[in-house]
Design a protein around this ligand. Sequence first.
Ligand code: ACO
Length: 432
Amino acid sequence: MANTATLHLDGKDIQFPVFTGSEGEKAIDIGKLRADTGYITYDDGFGNTGSCQSKITFIDGETGILRYRGYPIEQLAEHSNFIETSLLVMTGELPTCDERNNFSELLTQNAPLRQGLLRFIESFPRDAHPMAILSATMNALGAYYPHLSGINHQSDLGHFDEAAAIAISKVRTIAAHTYRVSKGLPFNYPKPKLGYCENFLHLMFSEPYAEFAPTPEVASALNLFLLLHADHEQNCSTSTVRMVASAGANLFASVSAGVNALWGPLHGGANMAVIEMLKNIHADGDDGTRFIAAAKTGKGDRLMGFGHRVYKNYDPRAKIIKASFYKALASLGIKDDPLLNIAMKLEECALNDEYFVQRKLYPNVDFYSGLIMRAIGIPENMFTVMFAIGRMPGWIAQWREVASNPKLKIYRPRQVYVGEPLREYVLSSLRK
Ligand code: ACO
């Protein structure tokens, strides 16, 4: 196979190297295009642009493949858990027992928040969006751990395990404390003996008079939700993290930028949109039939939580989370919930109706994860926060990949300027 691509431009042939990734993805290296020709490529939204070489996550959207560090998501979902998978994503290898235990110890040590951070969270208005608080507080960690937010990546990488544990452990405490403050409830201290997910649910829902103990099925559904969101290659928030990291920014500043990108409704908001849609259908006195009929005309609203930009045949994460969702529901004794009934109707129709089948519009991971969050009692405005907790190891891994690149260059895309051509300044007294 040719290892160059030829571009015929302005009467000349220019050769560019072609290379292939470890799963056969082909790329044309246009790194010298501008220097050699004066041209740049134009790719609105970067849909055809590989912004980096990465060893973390492989996705094949056509065949529904998702792998972290080479391991199929199905195997990780069956045998691993969120923390072990986080270590895999961040370090490249499944941890040994000692590595796993050491990291758990770091998570335990770093679960509480300094008093100043507690007060910082409490200083926001009660109705502030939790993503605003999460982003600000993750960024503020840089102020509390100056030895982890140095002036260059090399010094930060020397303390990588500690920084990663702080980010992964504290994101959960920050999220829970934000919720407690919004409800006017007292702070719960993390419990060293609890696992990551159980501890999060305790931080959220324990009361001074009653400790919250989730059913094993609920804890396991949450664990799976986080694991399935751990990374998803170069999406908007991940690309943001890498962009910020490329400027030499520390881990906390970089993941805080990721939180901001995820906050955008086109990115992290789909699971919330599912519940909004179900509520609207219910408020209209519809069981889903009218909504589906309208969606099929192309004029009504789309079915939120159906279809995917990348996964064109099925979303492998949805397949995995679906079973866990039903187990969690059964353990909570939830049977006849009106929104759930509508959701099941939509699911059934979409899986059997020719319109949806033909267009390969099946329920995606957000469809089930929105329903799981609701069943657990997570408020809707925290759904995106839950996504951020899950995505934290992926952002950290991507930050590390950028920070440890010896040939690192600051990311600097070009543009095609289409504004006004050169014009002369006009004094304000002469302007019409
Ligand atoms: N409900 C009803 N019809 C739909 C839906 C839907 N959710 N999604 C796509 N269609 C229809 C379109 O109207 C179009 O029909 P046509 O061929 O008759 O014109 C056809 O399916 C293809 O639509 P596209 O927009 O080209 O599909 P694309 O793959 O680009 O869109 C997307 C993917 C944006 C996710 C879309 O399916 C959607 O809007 N889903 C609902 C929102 C959602 O759940 N998003 C979470 C996914 S997260 C992510 O993708 C990053």
